[in-house]
Write a protein that binds this ligand. Structure first.
Ligand SMILES: [Zn+2]
Length: 138
């Protein structure tokens, strides 16, 4: 089973797969509290509610970080003069004490920086909605 997983991983490597030495082994931080574990994995997978994603999903009209560059997950960790993690994603991946401190600071910063309307505004429709499949047809 592990070999099949490894082959699948190597055939179509996910984003940031370079930080993973053995795709069949637990990654560092597996024992972290769930909120830290989730946030760490959002950075590892480059998928979360950063400004660029919120913009792409239609929750905001501004994809920029406080530093005025596009705020992707990679930008936050690797390039942002305000928030970057020393050593970048590879260092963050180790789930060290520094990682945990940075995740806590980032969480506090993100709560202050992100206006609450981001969370409540409905997304822009990406394609016309139809009546089929709405769950109202019973
Ligand atoms: Zn920035």
């Amino acid at each position: 089973m592990k070999e099949l997983w490894r082959e699948t991983w190597e055939a179509d490597p996910p984003v940031n797969s370079h930080i993973i030495d053995d795709p069949t082994a637990l990654v560092p931080g597996f024992n972290l509290p769930r909120c830290e574990w989730c946030l760490l994995n959002r950075f590892r997978s480059a998928t979360a509610r950063c400004a660029a994603s919120l913009y792409q999903w239609g929750y905001t009209d501004n994809p920029l970080c406080i530093c005025q560059d596009t705020q992707s997950m990679s930008h936050i960790i690797n390039d942002c003069p305000v928030n970057k993690f020393e050593g970048g994603l590879s260092a963050l991946h180790t789930a060290s004490d520094s990682t945990r401190e940075w995740l806590a600071k980032f969480t506090a910063y993100a709560k202050e920086e992100r206006p609450p309307q981001y969370l409540n505004k409905p997304p822009r429709p990406t394609q016309p909605r139809t009546l089929s499949g709405t769950g109202k047809g019973r």
